[in-house]
Design a protein around this ligand. Structure first.
Ligand code: GDP
Ligand code: MN
Length: 420
């Protein structure tokens, strides 16, 4: 689950990370009021679940795709500005009145950045924060890294730009430092990171405190990623977080009911939201045309690979889990049918603890309850296979059956292209 910047910075501040003063606003007049409280010199920032806002552009809903095209093909002449005529998603304002104008230019419009995709994102809120006089920009993040088996810090003195670009063109400018999960935080980690970024004296202390705050935030929220880009050194020599990004591991959310409340469903894929509501929690929407219903995450990955091998494109990743509940299958079909790109469905079930007959019953129920117009290919093997096949035969539903995955994938690809 991603958080908005204004939510992330609140959490970071609670763990001792230095952030600027500021609050979220949903109307221009509210933005003006906050700017007045902060002394007038502020930055007004679109709150959406995507980065690249500063260089993004604000347009009407009908213009998002064209703007995305312009931004990706010719960024130099189209990218948004923090100050100037080309209004971007991050605006510097030098008075409360300018803040109100900036908010009016941002709110209710669609922000298109290289990260939003051609649909852009509707801006419902802006963060109004104290303006920082930035002397130098750094990059700092802490993420759960499978390779190191714990939290890994990534930092760079080449902040402000895309960290991926730094990694590609100047890999030596990236500092990596893992934290031993058994030992936990140790002050030497902050000191070492600070030294490797070139900080000394009081700034090194400020930086180390901030890094510790980042680590504590990550730990306390079960974050998969906490990222500060840019981390700024101000003209006055203060080290402060100017941007904040925080993603929480969905599988840990049950431990954080207070964080669950921060979820902004408008920002999430509508199909994924529907899937969650229907208890099909392991669903990720993709761009292809073959809907997949599979039990087991590994098998779901293998199914996607096999579809690709057969020349097709999966419309989703879907793991129904090990549940013996026909309704779960019906719900999975329901979610897949909501995707208008889907031209065939591939059901791939390897019955272990899950029983083939129960899954088969789910598909039969699906045909009864839903309006399934696309061809359905079923590959069934494992526990209670004979019972499952008997159920399908007796039900008379129109499905293609096979016991081999490669064959199933080819048949699904064929069925989808015939439907197209
Ligand atoms: P992003 O583009 O979505 O990553 O949004 P950021 O919050 O990182 O803002 C984009 C850029 O705007 C930053 O890299 C800064 O260079 C600039 N910016 C943001 N806030 C301030 C500020 O308070 N003062 C100044 N001078 N620049 C800022
Ligand atoms: Mn940023």
């Amino acid at each position: 689950m991603k958080l908005h910047e204004y939510q992330a910075r609140d959490l970071l501040a609670r763990h001792g990370v230095a952030v600027t003063g500021g609050r979220v606003a949903s109307t221009p007049s509210e933005a003006r009021k906050i700017a007045e409280e902060l002394g007038g010199k502020v930055v007004v920032k679109a709150q959406i679940h995507a980065g690249g806002r500063g260089k993004g552009r604000l347009v009407a809903e009908s213009e998002t795709a064209a703007m995305f095209q312009k931004l990706t093909s010719d960024p130099a002449n189209n990218a948004g500005q923090v100050k100037g005529d080309r209004v971007g998603g991050v605006r510097l304002a030098d008075s409360a009145q300018e803040a109100e104008q900036a908010a009016a230019a941002i709110l209710g419009r669609y922000l298109v950045s290289i990260q939003t995709g051609p649909e852009g994102k509707l801006v419902k809120n802006v963060l109004v924060a104290e303006q920082t006089d930035i002397a130098k920009e750094y990059y700092l993040s802490a993420m759960v890294d499978g390779g190191v088996g714990g939290i890994l810090f990534i930092a760079s003195a080449e902040g402000g730009t895309e960290i991926e670009q730094v990694a590609a063109t100047k890999p030596e400018a990236i500092v990596r430092m893992p934290v031993d999960p058994a030992a936990g935080w140790d002050p030497y980690i902050g000191r070492t990171l600070a030294a490797r970024l070139g900080f000394s004296g009081d700034q090194a202390n400020q930086f180390a405190k901030l890094a510790e705050g980042l680590y504590n935030t990550a730990l306390a929220t079960d974050a998969s990623l906490v990222e500060i880009n840019p981390l700024a050194v101000t003209d006055g020599g203060q080290v402060v977080a100017v941007d904040a990004k925080l993603s929480i591991d969905d599988n840990a959310l049950f431990r954080h009911p207070d964080l669950e409340e921060l979820r902004d469903r408008d920002e999430e894929d509508p199909l994924e939201v529907l899937a969650q509501d229907l208890g099909v929690s392991n669903f990720i929407k993709l761009d292809g045309n073959i809907g997949c219903i599979v039990n087991g995450a590994g098998l779901a990955m293998a199914t996607m690979d096999t579809i690709k091998l057969a020349g097709g494109e999966p419309a989703n990743f879907l793991d129904i889990g090990t549940v013996n509940d026909p309704q779960r299958v019906v719900n999975a079909i329901k979610v897949i049918l909501e995707d208008e790109n889907v031209e065939a469905i591939l059901v791939n079930i390897f019955g272990g603890m899950a029983r083939v007959d129960i899954i088969a019953q789910g598909v039969i129920d699906g045909f009864k309850q839903l309006d399934i117009k696309v061809p359905v290919v079923m590959r069934l093997v494992g526990t209670n296979l004979a019972e499952g096949e008997k159920l399908i035969d007796e039900s008379g539903i129109n499905v293609v059956r096979t016991s081999e995955l490669g064959d199933a994938a080819r048949k699904a690809v064929e069925a989808a292209s015939a439907a197209a």
